[in-house]
Ligand binder design. Structure first.
Ligand SMILES: CC(C)(COP(=O)(O)OP(=O)(O)OC[C@H]1O[C@@H](n2cnc3c(N)ncnc32)[C@H](O)[C@@H]1OP(=O)(O)O)[C@@H](O)C(=O)NCCC(=O)NCCS
Length: 182
């Protein structure tokens, strides 16, 4: 399965408003993510697109498409720090029927390629909330190093949750590739 799935990234367009709303308002998609508590309206998403909330020098939210051109989710590079050359990554597969088929893995590979070989970043990182088991497993499988725990940094379901900070450096990624681990 791994290595066989191809995904494409494209910019978010006005036509994606409905899709983004559906994904953002789906409790199953949201279960592991750290979205806001209020439902998203189409008006709000349209405004976010118009205001450049999804694309700027500091962040890019990209629509993930399958090889067949089906939009299935959003790949995120945010907090892009040009001076220190690092950024935070995120992946949301909004179409649930595409979960557990290797798409998340394929998106992660493409994001790493984009960050290290495209943007020339030194370090990428992800915050994995303790309520998101899948992301923790994926981060470890991708070879990200565990840097530490942020105590009680997310609030949801009337409870504060820890998050684990994972990171990967460009040379670690390159040597994993050379060793054929990905
Ligand atoms: C987390 C997410 C990106 C994983 O994507 P996916 O396409 O289902 O993942 P893949 O099929 O590529 O699986 C990659 C690895 O992750 C692990 N994994 C994926 N989903 C899992 C789950 N629900 N429970 C445990 N492990 C899981 C598997 O170990 C898998 O490795 P394997 O091939 O050895 O089985 C996807 O479930 C998602 O978008 N969830 C909602 C949003 C979210 O929580 N995003 C992360 C925070 S921004």
């Amino acid at each position: 399965m791994r290595g066989e799935i191809q995904v494409l990234f494209r910019a978010i367009e006005a036509k994606d408003v409905g899709l983004i709303c559906r994904w953002a308002n789906d409790d199953r998609v949201n279960a592991g993510a750290t979205f806001r508590v209020f439902p998203w309206s189409e008006r709000m998403v349209r405004k976010m697109i118009d205001d450049g909330n999804f694309e700027s020098d500091e962040k890019r939210y990209l629509i993930i498409e399958t090889a067949e051109g089906i939009a299935i989710g959003i790949a995120i590079v945010r907090a892009i720090n040009r001076q220190d050359r690092n950024a935070e990554l995120g992946i949301v597969i909004g179409e649930i029927e595409y979960w557990n088929k290797g798409y998340g893995w394929a998106v992660a590979q493409k994001l790493l390629e984009l960050c290290f070989n495209g943007l020339g970043l030194k370090r990428i990182y992800v915050y994995v909330p303790e309520f998101n088991r899948a992301s923790g497993i994926m981060a470890a499988q991708l070879g990200l190093a565990k840097e530490g725990v942020l105590r009680k940094c997310f609030y949801r379901d009337a409870k504060f949750w820890d998050a684990t900070l994972y990171s990967l450096l460009d040379d670690e990624w390159q040597s994993q590739r050379t060793l054929g681990k990905r």
